[in-house]
Ligand binder design. Structure first.
Ligand code: AMP
Length: 451
């Protein structure tokens, strides 16, 4: 079970600002799409760390009164996505601990692939774990390290872990930000207009709090933030970039720059490529909102087929209180998406979505559009078939549940009852994201795992 424990998440760190926890709070709002199960912030007032975390959306976890107790000029925050059964408040982040050097809090986006081994070894030596999160390993590794200074202990600890990690650590006087050597998950550095620095999973957080993008934290790089100093950079690992291509396909917000490129533009490119290699005659192109919107715009512009709004999305359906069982997922799709009947009646429609995972969404959408009177429904997917699970921090189900791992494209087309179904291929996807040096992880489409 452990390998499922620390999935699609967002991290943020604010350093050197009098309203640090407020800025962390606003940043978490703009990163809410990366996880809706739990949220948390730890701040430091220079003497003591303060932590508030709970299940639920950022908006429901915090209020003005609570934020006031998170005093100090540095703060780190997290939003968490988790699977069924591990929604204990203990599994929310930041992970906080007192140890021989004082107090420490950690937030983590990614997934440690050797978490189980480390945990078992630590438990054998008498360590007591409070959560199921792989991130807790880091606390133990840092606390047990024989090095004197925290910075050396962090370097010690990250040398023992493998897999995907974009991490932010907070001590009483310093903040540290680190990306694994492959840079699977994003992490960007920015400067806050009226003083201080910010690191965040996506740059949409910078736009909200009025910070300017400086650069990405490099794969394998550790940044140290200290009072009245520019961040110090240490190259802990030789970088071997394998950036997660799924950030561009689905995960990141279109108004973010991820891995140095606009997510919106990458997604639009995917739509343009899709129109080129998977054309079909139709009256209109419609997106599955919101994920399919940029690719549908690209498809429409490249094909000359008009873009229409054919499906309405209800934005007020959260995920917090609905168990992710199959039955509930079906119901949720129905609650979330409804057809624009007048627009689509009697029309041949191209529907664009970013991915098919289990096939539930596509099947329901095709059925809904046909029931609303569409004469033909052609499904076009702006990524290759998702055939393999992710071990580096994106929440994809086991291989048995991935429809493309178990059916041919024609079988999937029959299952979702579409008139046709076609995907983008790997080469076109890589072209869309301007790949030149093979530095993307595409394991979810190829099964080629690096770690
Ligand atoms: P499914 O119904 O399982 O085939 O899910 C497909 C839908 O889920 C698509 O509309 C995608 O935009 C969306 N999706 C893709 N990857 C993920 C993910 N990791 N978590 C949640 N939703 C996703």
């Amino acid at each position: 079970m452990l390998e499922n424990m620390n999935e699609k998440c967002a991290v943020v760190g604010i350093f050197g600002h009098t309203e640090a926890s407020k800025l962390a709070y606003f940043s978490l709002h703009s990163l809410q799409h990366r996880g809706q199960e739990a949220a948390g912030i730890s701040s430091s007032d220079g003497v003591k760390l303060h932590t508030i975390k709970d299940r639920g959306l950022v908006m429901s976890v915090f209020n003005e009164e609570k934020l006031k107790t998170l005093s100090g000029t540095s703060a780190i925050g997290h939003t968490r996505y988790s699977t069924a059964g591990d929604d204990s408040i203990l599994d929310a982040q930041p992970v906080f601990a007192r140890y021989d050097l004082g107090e420490m809090a950690i937030v983590h986006n990614g997934n440690l692939t050797n978490a189980q081994e480390i945990r078992e070894a630590l438990i054998k030596k008498g360590a007591i774990f409070q959560t199921f999160m792989d991130t807790e390993n880091l606390i133990h590794l840092i606390a047990k390290s024989e090095k004197e200074k925290l910075i050396d202990r962090i370097i010690d600890a990250v040398n023992k872990i493998e897999g995907a990690f974009s991490l932010v650590f907070l001590s009483r006087t310093k903040m540290f930000a680190m990306r694994d050597r492959h840079g699977f998950r994003p992490l960007s550095l920015g400067r806050i207009a009226n003083g201080g620095y910010v690191v965040a999973s996506e740059t949409c957080a910078f736009d909200l709090i009025g910070a300017t993008f400086i650069r990405d934290v490099e794969p394998g790089e550790l940044l140290i933030f200290e009072e009245d100093k520019a961040p110090i950079s240490i190259k802990v690992f030789e970088p071997t970039p394998k950036k997660c291509i799924f950030e561009y396909v689905y995960f990141a917000r279109p108004d973010s720059k991820v891995f140095g490129q606009s997510v919106y533009q990458m997604r639009k490119n995917m739509g343009i490529e899709l129109a080129k290699i998977q054309p079909v005659e139709a009256d209109m192109v419609i997106p599955v909102p919101d994920g399919g919107v940029p690719a549908a715009i690209g498809y429409s512009q490249a094909s000359g087929i008009p873009y229409e709004m054919g499906i309405m999305r209800n934005h007020y359906i959260g995920r917090t209180f609905i168990e992710p069982t199959q039955e509930m997922r079906d119901l949720k799709v129905k609650m979330k998406l409804s057809p624009m009947t007048d627009t689509i009646k009697g029309k041949k429609i191209i529907v664009i979505d970013d991915s098919i995972v289990r096939g539930t969404t596509s099947r329901r959408i095709v059925k809904m559009l046909k029931e609303a009177g569409a004469s033909e429904v052609h499904m076009r997917i702006s990524s290759p078939p998702t055939t393999d699970p992710c071990f580096y921090g994106v929440d994809t189900p086991d291989k048995e549940k991935l429809i493309a791992a178990n059916m041919t494209i024609q079988e999937i087309c029959d299952f979702i009852e579409a008139d046709s179904l076609a995907y983008l291929d790997s080469a076109a996807l890589l072209r869309s994201v301007n790949n030149t040096s093979n530095d993307y992880c595409t394991a979810c489409f190829t099964g080629e795992y690096i770690v």
